[in-house]
Design a protein around this ligand. Structure first.
Ligand SMILES: Cc1cc2nc3c(=O)[nH]c(=O)nc-3n(C[C@H](O)[C@H](O)[C@H](O)COP(=O)(O)OP(=O)(O)OC[C@H]3O[C@@H](n4cnc5c(N)ncnc54)[C@H](O)[C@@H]3O)c2cc1C
Ligand code: SF4
Length: 330
């Protein structure tokens, strides 16, 4: 590991000043991604700013929205009674992520900023990785890409976005609160992540040195039914091959009056499936409508030889999640 300086901060202003003073610095929260990548030589910051003592914890209901401190842990958020009662898809997404030990360390801010699990990104002995070293190419295009993305890809990168939580949050219209040298701002999660395009190394719209302070999550309306379904190679401790976060409201005639759909495991960033939502809204809660929505969600997919199975897998995952929340069966 490359030697680095370490500083622990206790105030947001100090964290921002430290980050602003050193372009080679990086924040450290739970460390479950950051330290792995440093040990492997993928990330090589000259300075670590430990933010774990900042007053950015807690989960709190304010008005109709849940405010989640950036340093709240994944386990803390999963155990929150409001989440259990009003945002079950968030709870499911968290409980299907990593392990209890990791969830007790890992923070919500860090979860949203975790890096891809693409094996080539995580192996500096592989030269071609545009995300790790811009302009070097993409080893996954001609190499192993079974777990890679079919939506939102470019010729420069097809890496899959790994966060389960972000898929649920993007379906819920969550908002990121950030602080930087220029002040505070809010960023809708739908506009937070950047598709790879020709700069896959730039994954989100945060400015250098900007700190996530909280995530604001609107609660679902009364009567909404929601779930997060994750399909993976083994039952635990594994990232999604395909996942679906769904939330629907039905009227008395079993017509869908509101629908939210997020997809994970298949896209380069947490994916809001607006096309599926359009098909669902105003439609009857039926397997035929769910299948039409799933086809719409994956219509733009660009599969490659080893990950073509994900197109159908994602469709089936979405249909099953919708069947589960509506009680409809095929
Ligand atoms: C074995 C294993 C299995 C896993 N399985 C899953 C899984 O199934 N699903 C899933 O979603 N995740 C999974 N994860 C990933 C895990 O959820 C993330 O590692 C964790 O959420 C990151 O949080 P952290 O607090 O440890 O972040 P850190 O590692 O401390 O930081 C991650 C990144 O975020 C930056 N950062 C952290 N906090 C802030 C902030 N407030 N503002 C600005 N920048 C910040 C850091 O600088 C760093 O770049 C797994 C991880 C491991 C090791
Ligand atoms: S898919 Fe992206 S992260 Fe993986 S090797 Fe290609 S450029 Fe790198």
């Amino acid at each position: 590991m490359r030697p680095f300086d370490y500083v622990r901060v206790r105030e947001v202003a100090t964290a921002l000043a430290e980050a602003g003073a050193d372009s080679d610095a990086s924040f450290l929260a739970g460390g479950t991604t950051q330290l792995d990548l440093m040990k492997d030589g993928v990330l090589r910051p000259g300075r670590l700013i430990d933010i774990t003592r900042l007053p950015l914890g807690g989960v709190e209901l304010r008005g109709g929205n849940l405010f989640v401190g950036a340093l709240a842990t994944m386990e803390e958020l999963a155990a929150d009674p409001v989440v259990t009662e009003r945002l079950p898809l968030v709870r499911e997404a968290l409980l299907r992520s990593a392990s209890v030990q990791l969830r007790n360390m890992a923070t919500i801010g860090g979860n949203l900023l975790q890096r891809t699990r693409c094996r080539y990104f995580r192996d500096p002995s592989v030269a071609a990785c545009n995300k790790r070293k811009p302009g070097t190419g993409c080893a996954a295009l001609t190499g192993a890409h079974r777990t890679h993305a079919v939506l939102g890809t470019s010729d420069h990168c097809i890496a899959t976005s790994p966060s389960d939580l972000a898929v649920a949050l993007i379906a819920l219209d969550a908002v990121v609160h950030a602080s930087g040298q220029d002040g505070d701002r809010t960023i809708p999660l739908t506009g937070f992540y950047r598709p790879p395009g020709d700069t896959p190394d730039v994954e989100n719209v945060l400015k250098p040195g900007e700190l996530i302070t909280a995530i604001e999550v609107p609660l679902l309306p009364d009567g909404a039914r929601s779930d997060y379904l994750k399909v993976r190679d083994r039952a635990s401790y594994e990232f999604a091959l395909a996942s679906a976060a769904v939330a629907v409201v039905l009227d008395d005639a079993q017509v869908i009056t509101s629908a939210r759909v997020g997809l994970g495991g298949v896209a380069t960033h947490p994916w809001r499936a607006l096309e599926a939502e359009e098909v669902l809204t105003g439609g009857a809660a039926s397997t035929d409508v769910f299948r039409a929505a799933a086809r719409a969600a994956l219509a733009g997919a660009q599969p490659r030889p080893q990950n073509a199975f994900k197109v159908e897998l994602a469709q089936r995952t979405l249909v099953r999640a919708l069947e589960t929340v509506t009680g409809v069966s095929s």
